[in-house]
Design a protein around this ligand. Structure first.
Ligand SMILES: Cc1cc2nc3c(=O)[nH]c(=O)nc-3n(C[C@H](O)[C@H](O)[C@H](O)COP(=O)(O)OP(=O)(O)OC[C@H]3O[C@@H](n4cnc5c(N)ncnc54)[C@H](O)[C@@H]3O)c2cc1C
Length: 332
């Protein structure tokens, strides 16, 4: 590991000041469950680590503008147990799926949103785009866990965030602070992730000197939600495909729907056509299956990952059925 400075701010403004030094060649340390691995492997290099754990506002969960404002540092376990979050079922589904109490107690909400891709080429030092002599190592190599949507450009990895599909389906926003100490902006989470065209662009809109301070969720109202993740292992594992659904159902008919897939594209993948089609339908095995067919109809699998399209279809179908309270058997 290369040497770096350690900074411990106590306010939001101080955190931004520390992040801005060294020309922004700095990194936010939250739970540290992934950043430390990246630093040890030399995949991320930084002049300074900014440990944000001592900024009180980053730990809060408070009512705000009819919804809930959640600090960047709130851990998976705290999210799971907080009474203000009990109605956001799709987020609790994700936490239940992270089957390691160590990660649940130290992994944080914003750490998940900013988690670097798990692509093995990236993790072995080939950069986000995994190019060698201008050619994609992913296209010609082992691409079984890579993207099946949004992969026509140079980026073929999948977005690693497990909360993003559920949060986007809820219409969540993130508060981005910096690069000036008093600068802050609420950004809809669906615009937070980017598909990079160069190795330097990163996977989010965050620029040097910026970070997430909070996430905001709207009032759950009568919306029902669920996330369905397809995991290979019973233990700690990353999903092969996932889907989150938020549905408003009145008199047995869907009035509003949002469907978002995860781990299938370089960004969380919103299935707008399928969600639009679902509005006006009653949810059952057949309609959920038809919406799922629509959600994956434009997939562009790589040489070794066509199986992920079927898994994504299953995830969408089961997320819809689960949100409607109809996932009684797992044979869908
Ligand atoms: C060995 C191991 C295996 C794991 N396997 C899995 C797994 O299979 N499935 C799973 O779901 N999780 C897994 N995790 C956990 C995962 O790392 C955490 O759940 C979580 O995603 C990271 O949270 P963190 O707070 O520890 O982030 P950190 O490691 O502190 O940070 C992660 C990244 O986000 C950035 N960051 C953090 N906070 C902010 C912020 N507020 N603003 C801007 N950038 C920020 C950091 O700079 C860093 O780049 C694993 C962890 C370990 C150690």
């Amino acid at each position: 590991m290369r040497p770096f400075e350690y900074a411990r701010p106590e306010t939001e403004a101080e955190a931004i000041e520390f992040l801005n030094d060294h020309g922004g060649q700095t990194a936010v340390l939250a739970g540290g469950t992934d950043l430390l691995n990246l630093l040890k492997a030399d995949v991320v290099t930084t002049q300074r680590v900014v440990d944000i754990k001592h900024v009180p506002s980053f730990h809060e969960v408070v009512p705000e503008q009819g919804g809930v404002k959640i600090g960047a540092l709130v851990t998976l376990e705290e999210l799971h147990d907080h009474p203000l979050l009990a109605e956001y079922r799709s987020l609790l589904d994700v936490i239940d799926g992270v089957r390691a109490i160590q990660i649940q107690s130290s992994g944080t909400l914003a750490g998940d949103l900013c988690h670097h891709p798990n692509c093995w080429y990236y993790r072995n030092g080939y950069g986000l785009l995994a190019l060698e002599k201008g050619e994609s190592l992913v296209t010609s190599g082992d691409n079984r866990y890579h993207a099946v949507f949004g992969n026509q450009g140079p980026a073929k990895f999948v977005s690693a965030s497990r909360f993003a599909p559920g949060l986007i389906a809820w219409g969540a926003k993130v508060r981005v602070i910096g690069p000036q100490p008093t600068e802050a902006e609420w950004v809809p989470l669906e615009y937070f992730f980017i598909t990079p065209r160069t190795n330097q662009q990163g996977t989010t809109i965050l620029k040097p000197g910026q970070m997430i301070s909070h996430v905001w969720l709207p009032d759950p109202g009568v919306t029902r939600s669920a996330t369905y993740e397809v995991l290979q292992l019973e233990g700690l594992d990353w999903p092969l495909a996932a889907a989150a659904a938020c549905l408003q159902i009145e008199g047995g008919t869907v009035r509003q729907a949002r469907l978002v897939m995860g781990h299938v594209a370089p960004v969380p993948w919103i299935a707008s056509d399928a969600a639009r089609w679902l509005v006006g339908q009653s949810v059952n095995e057949e309609t959920a299956g038809m919406a799922a067919d629509m959600a994956v109809s434009r997939a562009t699998p790589l040489s070794q990952n066509e199986y992920k399209v079927q898994l994504a279809r299953t995830a969408v179908k089961r997320a819809i059925l689960k949100a409607a309270g109809l996932l009684t058997m797992e044979g869908a």
